[in-house]
Design a protein around this ligand. Structure first.
Ligand code: SF4
Length: 398
């Protein structure tokens, strides 16, 4: 991004694209994402792709001249989307950025989130054919009792089959694993991690089960009928996860993410660095720099019928927020401190137009003295040994 003669230009600004697919075959009891239950046979594949293409066209002015950094299809369950329709959207995105001619398929990371229940070899191959080169599979667990508790549609064998199908057609495959289910043993989770890595994957997202209001688990917790892991159990599972991944050479590069060298998610790293991203689809969020020290964040309506019938962007968007320099600094700290790279203060100052850490000196100095923060040159980060306490540290300097 560059300011020219007091003006503003977006030429060459690295920008990622997130496409939201808002349906799942079943709603998981812990999930508060913008996703709705839909029988696979009832998905309006082409109508939804048409709507996303219309939105892309309406955002053409905001896109022109930007450099496409990565594309991520999330959800929901985008592996339920007919690969040809997803491919049509991907092709249009590359075209809108002028990326079709400039970058080879492999140079541009294109990820699709997949549910094991809707991923087989033919589907994985069709996605590869459509230009996708990374699959992220919501395995969540490799124990049938844990999968049943999480309300998942697949069992262990189904998960293993989906990952194998993905690996037959894609070099870059990630799996999500969730920890903190009732009675989960630390050593057994280490075995699950090893079993997943034995398949040959290079990237794992390991999330703690969190209970969100408005979900089935949220209601059960309010009613006192849900037991999940205690804080001590979470801490032991978190530490064991790090040990099991480290023993197999995976780097803990963000609080919930592990990767073999060179296999980090470029899309997520761009996001955590505070990079610009275009959001497309019902319920999608986008955030684009809008001038020196300012950005515009929007959230599309999550109402799928309204989204598909929208006549213009005013009907597409449900929220529109202006971020000033202070908000950009806060976002940068919140996202960057969750990564091993930390926050590049010079870069944040350049993007936000605000000197950092103005107004936060005392909190930062206190945390530096306690060893909760490290400052190396311009980089501020939380040492890995303190990642269990990240939320408190970030809240303090936020
Ligand atoms: S499959 Fe994923 S997005 Fe869909 S309901 Fe389950 S957790 Fe939510």
């Amino acid at each position: 991004m560059a300011s020219v003669g007091g003006g503003w230009q977006i030429a060459g600004v690295q920008t990622s694209v997130y496409v939201h697919f808002p349906w799942c075959a079943r709603k998981c009891p812990y999930c508060d994402f913008a996703s709705y239950r839909m029988a696979p046979a009832a998905v309006p594949h082409a109508r939804y792709a048409d709507a996303v293409l219309r939105e892309l066209e309406r955002r053409a002015d905001a896109v022109r001249g930007r450099e496409l950094a990565s594309v991520f299809f999330g959800g929901g369950t985008p592996s339920m989307w007919a690969p040809a329709e997803l491919g049509r959207v991907l092709h249009a995105i590359r075209g809108a950025f002028g990326a079709a001619e400039r970058r080879s398929d492999e140079a541009l990371e294109v990820t699709v989130e997949c549910n094991p229940a809707s991923l087989d070899r033919a589907g994985a191959a069709a996605l590869r054919e459509a230009g996708v080169n990374r699959l992220s599979i919501g395995v969540q667990a490799l124990r049938d009792e844990r999968l049943r508790f999480l309300g998942r549609m697949h069992d262990r064998e189904g998960a293993l089959a989906a990952v194998r199908a993905a690996l037959e057609t894609h070099e870059r495959v990630s799996v999500d694993l969730m920890f903190g289910t009732p009675g989960q043993r630390v050593d057994d989770f280490a075995d699950e991690i090893r079993e997943a890595l034995d398949l040959g994957i290079q990237h794992v997202s390991a999330y703690a089960l969190t209970i969100e209001p408005g979900t089935v688990f949220g209601d059960m917790q309010r009613a006192g009928t849900l037991r999940i892991a205690t804080d001590d159990e979470y801490a032991a599972l978190f530490a064991q996860t790090e040990r099991a991944m480290g023993a197999r050479g995976l780097e803990h590069y963000e609080v919930s993410n592990y990767a073999a060298p060179g296999e980090r998610s470029r899309h997520n790293e761009h996001y955590w660095r505070g990079g610009a991203y275009l959001g497309l689809g019902a319920g999608a969020v986008g955030c684009l720099d809008a001038g020196p020290g300012t950005a515009r964040r929007y959230r599309n309506t999550a109402d799928t019928e309204r989204y598909m019938g929208a006549g213009d962007l005013a009907e597409t968007e449900a929220e529109d927020e202006h971020l000033d320099g202070d908000a950009l600094v806060r976002e940068a700290l919140m996202l960057g401190l969750r990564t091993d790279a930390g926050v590049d203060l010079a870069d944040v100052e350049r993007r936000s137009g605000r000197p950092v850490p103005r107004g936060r000196e005392r909190a930062i100095e206190r945390r530096l003295a306690q060893g909760d923060l490290l400052l190396t040159g311009d980089h501020l980060r939380v040492p890995r040994a303190r990642w269990l306490h990240l939320d408190g540290i970030i809240a303090d300097v936020f």
